[in-house]
Design a protein around this ligand. Sequence first.
Ligand SMILES: C[S@@+](CC[C@H](N)C(=O)[O-])C[C@H]1O[C@@H](n2cnc3c(N)ncnc32)[C@H](O)[C@@H]1O
Length: 276
Amino acid sequence: MSLSIVTTELTDAQFSALSRLVKQVAGINLHEGKRELVKSRLNKRLRHLGLRDFNQYIEYLAADTTAGELTAMLDAISTNLTSFFRENAHFEFLASSVLPAWGASARPLRAWSAGCSSGEEAYTLAICLQENLPKPAGRDVRILATDLSTRVLNKAAAGVYDADRLESMPAALRGRYFTPVLRDGQRCFQVSDGIRRMVTFGRLNLMEAWPMRGPFDLIFCRNVMIYFDKATQGALVNRFHDLLASGGLLFIGHSESLTGIQHRFRYVQPTVYRKP
Ligand SMILES: C[S@@+](CC[C@H](N)C(=O)[O-])C[C@H]1O[C@@H](n2cnc3c(N)ncnc32)[C@H](O)[C@@H]1O
């Protein structure tokens, strides 16, 4: 007996309706190139819910007052690519040009990884601070890490990664900050307690109101704004500015820029901006 999975078609009108909803709720632009991905990932939601077609799914979303399915849908379609020490120039810049001076102060240091995916960015930042901020031991250093997707946040909070995710990391850092563990018989690595204690994960849709008051010294929002249009990027960047301390830094992804956005930041180097 052969088992075949039936794929439900996604019409133009249905794709438009879903794209409008995703844009309105999460700011994410689902352009035509994403159509096949949306169709296949949401087909899994249809099967899970026992729905016949996308019209039923759209009705289900509209009737779901708990917004549980909206969260599940955003989980299903979000792109979560990330890695440890991704775009390492940012961490090298912090280590060489920022943290030595900031180390002279004993005041609390606050950082935010906005759009943290499965946690690699926030943990890399914690390791970078631990390694390069003079005398961090007695200092109150905390990182807030937020994302839209509960699926990736669960991974992030567990802090357990497949061995191949750590391959590009210097062995000395892996030895200092990770412990080998077994998961389903597979050798993995867990982030050390000390580093995990520095990071707090939480769900936050960047398009909604933010409960934090700041100020933050560092905000990382990398490879998130690529999914937003210019107007949404502009509004977001200005909200980041409001939440940063004077002298605080904003880091964006290598393929992103603030060109064409009205903002109050000073340019430091490609993809790094300072609040005067
Ligand atoms: C490609 S990952 C980038 C992860 C990490 N910042 C990096 O550069 O490696 C983009 C992340 O942004 C999140 N995201 C997209 N739209 C969002 C929104 N409106 N609010 C919060 N997070 C969002 C996605 O869930 C995803 O985990």
